[in-house]
Design a binder for this molecule. Structure first.
Ligand code: FAD
Ligand code: DLZ
Ligand code: SF4
Length: 508
């Protein structure tokens, strides 16, 4: 007989491995293991999601006639690692072949490659662009640009095209129409809710007893754990969120964790949703006239553009990508990232909802917690570990390029041609946080001035050599150069003070 491994983020009926094996003769292995649960201090709800979804998927596979060997975390003999379980079960079952699917993380793929068994590898066809196809696309290009990749993907997938191959609406990208601030009194739709069945309740109890020391709320788990539930979360977004997604993609608001975002990344990343279906549904909604083009195009761009692009870059550049530190940042991560205990209202809101829900939407990750880490020079491994631990959707293939590349600019501009640095004014424009903040966003150097402001100018001054010639930053350097010298000195001093406070663990 042959044995097939299904990992906790591979919970899809479309895995090649399920086609290659035969339910009548072969068996599947799924294992909850300490090593995967602890390689970073995952948010307890992330572990709940993975274990509960794994257990539900094992049941669904059994219903389809598969023999599934499911190893629970506390099962006697559990070796504690995926490689260990592969060796143990191959020997116990005397399997003649062991089939596996490409991993989402270089770390685990390496461990499996070195496990001592000859493995039969299958490509992960849940993605639209294979690792090889991305490498072919990248090969020979002087510069990789997401926009070029995205246009190629639109053509290859035949999405939002006129019959003659031109983009619908006459443009490939409606990014400029994705940046509206939220009008007062407009709220996101009521969120979809999910009840905890017996399987989930058991997992919640297990995680509570074993992982409550990890940062993040143990209570309040409210996420789909089956394909059917994930589908209903998706339908909820199609019905109530998508139409306004385009306009308010970059907006943030007090106590509005989801706004018009789909909240589907975790379900998608672990295999409960399929990217092809999501794109087809969004295109259909546009063609039927129920959502505008800036929403449909914006959403499809995230999925077939950014999502596939960052994955391509990850596999193109690993393992050395994880070591990059282009701006030579060495600062430790401030403790408030793990607690939310800060007077900076925007940071407290984003970190607070992250700890409560394991979720923040893109602009919160990029322009609040990410921007602060960039401006204050946090060492990339520390901030990457944080993002990998605290979000339900976080896996290295997607978290690392977004954090190390997009946020920290640590790859020297390989992923994004300019750092997304911004002062408090950006956050003020895109949110209503500043009005409720103890700091004043209109000030930069005073005791109660918004820390983002001086840190922004300090960042630009301290990285003048690396960034001063970047054409996309030319206007901001022009601005900086135009400031009177005393003002520049004052901004530098205030920046130094703030960084010194961070270094001694003082509260901001
Ligand atoms: P929506 O705003 O509704 O977007 C729809 C979908 O587009 C998402 O579900 C996601 O699958 C995809 N998407 C959007 N932007 C990106 C992107 N930049 N990269 C990849 N996919 C994208 N996303 C993850 O799935 N896992 C991560 O670990 C992760 N880490 C991030 C770290 C940082 C520092 C930043 C800036 C972004 C990160 N993202 C990550 C991307 C993005 O923030 C999340 O995909 C998004 O917030 C998920 O919420 P949603 O499903 O409501 O997304
Ligand atoms: C994230 C995670 C966790 C917490 N636990 C498990 C587990 O016990 N068993 C498993 O197969 N997968 C788990 N995962 C997902 C893996 O970490 C994921 O497969 C790798 O990060 C590679 O993508
Ligand atoms: Fe954030 Fe500054 Fe606004 Fe406070 S004033 S909410 S710290 S941007």
């Amino acid at each position: 007989m042959r044995l097939g491994l299904v990992l906790g983020d591979q919970l899809s009926f479309n895995l090649d491995l399920l086609q290659a094996l035969d339910p009548a003769r072969d068996a599947l292995l799924m294992a909850e293991v300490e090593e995967e649960a602890r390689y970073v201090p995952h948010h307890p709800q992330k572990i709940m999601l993975i274990f509960s979804a794994m257990r539900h998927f094992a049941e669904a596979l059994r219903e389809q006639g598969w023999r599934v060997h499911y190893v629970t975390l506390d099962a006697p003999g559990n070796s504690g690692s995926i490689a260990g379980e592969l060796r143990r079960w191959q020997a116990a079952l005397d399997a003649c072949e062991v089939h596996v699917t490409e991993c989402g993380e270089w770390r685990l793929e390496q461990a499996m490659t070195e496990c001592g068994l000859p493995l039969v590898w299958h490509a992960d066809r849940r993605f639209l662009c294979s690792r090889q196809a991305f490498a072919r696309w990248a090969g020979g290009r002087p510069q990789l640009r997401m926009e070029d990749f995205y246009r190629g993907m639109r053509k290859r997938c035949g999405l939002l095209l006129e019959p003659d191959g031109r983009p619908v609406g006459g443009a490939w990208n409606f990014d400029r129409e994705n940046r509206k601030a939220l009008p007062r009194r407009l709220h996101g739709p009521f969120p979809a809710h999910f009840t905890q069945d017996a399987i989930t309740l058991e997992v919640v109890a297990l995680v509570r007893s074993r992982f409550s020391g990890h940062y993040g709320a143990v209570d309040g788990f409210d996420y789909p754990v089956t394909h059917a539930e994930a589908q209903s979360l998706w339908q909820h977004f199609l019905d109530f969120g998508l139409a306004a997604f385009g306009d308010f993609q970059d907006a943030m608001a007090e106590n509005e964790p989801f706004l018009f975002h789909a909240r589907v990344s975790a379900a998608l990343n672990i295999g409960l949703l399929d990217v092809r279906q999501l794109c087809a549904d969004v295109e259909r909604a546009y063609r039927q006239g129920s959502v505008p083009l800036n929403a449909a195009e914006g959403f499809i761009r995230q999925l077939i553009g950014w999502r596939e692009y960052v994955r391509g870059i990850y596999w193109l550049r690993m393992p050395e990508y994880a070591e990059l530190n282009g701006l030579d940042n060495q600062r430790a991560l401030p403790a408030f990232y793990w607690t939310g205990d800060t007077d900076m209202r925007c940071m407290a809101q984003v970190i607070g909802q992250t700890l409560a829900l394991g979720y923040a939407h893109h602009i919160q990750r990029l322009m609040v917690t990410g921007n602060f880490a960039l401006l204050s020079g946090i060492a990339p491994p520390h901030i990457c570990e944080w993002y990998l631990a605290v979000y339900l959707d976080a896996f290295d293939w997607v978290e690392l390029p977004n954090t190390l590349g997009m946020v920290m600019h640590a790859d020297g501009g390989f992923l994004g041609s300019k750092p997304y640095c911004a002062s408090g004014r950006y956050i003020q424009r895109m949110s209503d946080h500043c009005g409720a903040c103890r700091y004043r966003v209109d000030l930069a150097v005073e005791e109660d001035a918004c820390p983002f402001n001086a840190l922004y100018w300090h960042f630009l001054m301290r990285h003048r050599q690396a960034l001063g010639n970047n054409p996309r930053l030319a206007p901001v350097y022009l601005n900086l150069n135009g400031l009177p010298e005393e003002r520049r000195d004052a901004l530098w001093q205030r920046g130094e003070q703030l960084l010194a406070k961070l270094d001694v663990g003082q509260r901001l």
